[in-house]
Write a protein that binds this ligand. Structure first.
Ligand code: FNR
Length: 377
């Protein structure tokens, strides 16, 4: 395993098509998914030489907290379908590496179990546009020990991901005829991941979303909650801000006016993201949106994700003004193939790339990346 891409190739062999397709896929034509990579590839560095880079460090402070790495793990729902105890695995590995994993609202693990890993206190929520339901979730998060809340704003309705329908993937999780066949042909996943999950914790279900929406959660309820979610607006952000004492971030920002709006709501940061190309197909990449957002909210934390696969990608994002970066799919593939050890190894590989690339660029500190010369390929 020499690069993050290697984990994807191994995961593709290990996972049933429906699960791999769910993780890897984008919306409709994959335009935004491809843009995420293309926009990183289209940027070229103009490095400096003979700079004495022997004192380099990739340590980075975010919200006054020191982090060993300039990247963390993006929130990913259903992680436990791809990797046994996936949410806990991601949180544990990130903590051991001096980083953090953001627990997804669509996780299949009770948020208290994830919080117990000490993964940095980050929770991402999907909230229905109903204030009565929001308060209970915030109370539960505070009791569990989370102190950073990410409100994802780019899912007013479920996206159109045709690959899921074609491959037999359903939400909430259901055992479909396709999945049974895929399970027979992928025994390591069937026994080591899914079987083990059902054996130890029962049939996977949306532990945390149910708490917001009230059990039981059947497809019909998911539709209902989606309908409620499409009412979500900045007014709800005001409501959350008034009740949430911790850090508050909005995820899915691609327009500078939305970043300003988040700042005016009293948010502490924004995550510039097109959801890994999984929501609006044709949305610009987070990287493309980043410079204008940075300019719009110079005093806010700006985090970016989407398509980051190499140390050079992390450094390009930081050079364009990001305060921090998130990486999604590769770490889930690493969890799926080699558990905690796999995620640690993947994070180590990316950290080594960042370190080597900083030396090759001629910078010692992450702060020195600002103003680095880059050109369009
Ligand atoms: C996601 N993403 C996501 N985002 C979010 O806010 N809540 C969620 O529950 C999920 N779930 C989810 C599941 C899976 C399988 C993937 C791949 C992604 C989006 C995620 O947080 C992040 O924005 C992207 O994954 C970043 O892009 P890369 O690094 O995967 O290219």
């Amino acid at each position: 395993m020499l690069s993050l891409q290697d984990f994807e190739h191994r995961a593709k062999r290990r996972l049933p098509l429906s699960i791999f397709g769910y993780v890897s896929g984008g919306g409709e034509e994959d335009l935004s998914l491809r843009a995420n990579r293309a926009d990183f590839d289209a940027l070229r560095f103009q490095p400096r030489i003979l700079c004495d880079v022997s004192g380099r460090s990739q340590r980075l402070a975010l919200f006054g907290q020191d982090h060993a790495l300039p990247f963390a793990i993006a929130p990913m729902g259903f992680s436990a379908l791809a990797a046994y105890d996936g949410d806990v695995v991601l949180a544990q590995a990130a903590r051991e590496m001096g980083s953090f994993a953001i627990c997804s609202a669509a996780s299949l693990t009770p948020l208290e179990r994830v919080a117990a890993q000490g993964g940095g206190g980050w929770f991402q929520c999907y909230i229905p546009g109903e204030e009565t339901r929001i308060g209970a979730l915030l109370d539960r998060l505070l009791t569990a020990g989370f102190d950073k809340l990410v409100v994802t704003g780019d899912v007013p309705v479920a996206a159109n991901r045709e690959n899921n329908a074609k491959n037999g993937f359903d939400a909430p999780f259901r055992i479909t005829p396709q999945l049974i066949w895929q399970g027979i042909t992928h025994p390591r996943w069937t026994l080591g991941t899914m079987g083990r999950e059902i054996w130890t914790r029962g049939m996977p279900h949306f532990e945390n979303m149910e708490a917001v929406q009230g059990p039981p959660l059947f497809s019909r309820d998911l539709v209902r909650s989606t309908i409620a979610r499409d009412r979500l607006s900045w007014t709800h952000l005001d409501f959350i801000r008034a009740r949430w004492p911790g850090k508050l971030l909005v995820k899915g920002v691609l327009h500078p006016d939305d970043a300003r709006r988040a700042r005016d709501c009293g948010c502490d940061g924004v995550i510039v993201s097109n959801h890994g190309g999984r929501q609006l197909d044709g949305a610009i990449s987070g990287l493309r949106a980043l410079p204008a957002v940075r300019e719009a909210v110079p005093d806010m934390a700006v985090i970016v994700d989407g398509g980051i696969r190499r140390g050079t990608d992390v450094l390009k994002a930081l050079a364009l003004g990001a305060d921090f970066t998130l990486v999604g799919r590769p770490f889930l593939y690493a969890a799926a193939t080699d558990g905690v050890e796999g995620v640690r190894h993947a994070m180590k590989l990316l950290a080594e790339e960042v370190d080597r690339d900083m030396a090759l660029l001629g910078v010692n500190r992450i702060e020195d990346l600002r103003g680095l010369s880059m050109v369009k390929a």
